[in-house]
Unconditional design. Sequence first.
Length: 260
Amino acid sequence: MSATRIITNAWQVRTLPDIFYEEKERVEDGMLQELPIERVTHLLRQRYEDRPDVFISGEVFVSYDINNGNRRVGPDLFIAFDVNVSGIREGLPNYWIWEVGKAPDFVMEVASPSTAEHDLGWKRELYRRLGVQEYWRLDPTGGALYGRAIAGERLEDGEYQPCAAEVGAGGKERGHSRLLGVVFTWDGASAFDVLDPATGLTIDKRAAAEAGAVAASARADAEAARADAEAAARAAAEARAAAAEARIRQLEEQLPHQDR
């Protein structure tokens, strides 16, 4: 790249390579991907909304060659920890690894018929070479494209090794991300979720709050029902005791009469 340009921002004034930017590519068969990407991205943004050092995106490129900024990849979702988020958003056109100082820590791809082969092939190899610590794949078909609805890999000694996963009744799947501290789930039909492993509840704060409120209401109703049952039991016991005392008095009143 022979041309350069100067960009002034909150970080510094510096010379950047002249890179051709078109709109981030959209696949022709991306309908399968849309809802899972939106759902998981929404949940993970909630999880890290209080962390100013966590960059989350699925809308920008990851550029990885300082000598050729047009060498880039567009993950469906990626996360980088311990980075200058405001600096990236205000000062860079995309996620430039040589400027940020590190590759993303986490990448997720969601399958479509036209992209699945790339996700399993050259993208996986690229993420491995870049040092992406965890690489996850979600397959909205339930496994027809990736072989599994949920598959995660963790980088160990430079190679990807499978993350803990399980398949349950009805085709339900679960995969545990040690890096994020969450469990990705597939309901065996159409929906993905992200759970807190400690509670088993979705990390969707609104849904979790609603579920907690429903559970609290149910506990309150159960407690009220127990209190009512206990009160009824006490009343019945008192009625029986009163009846027994009345019967005893009746018998006692009859005894003198019989003696005469």
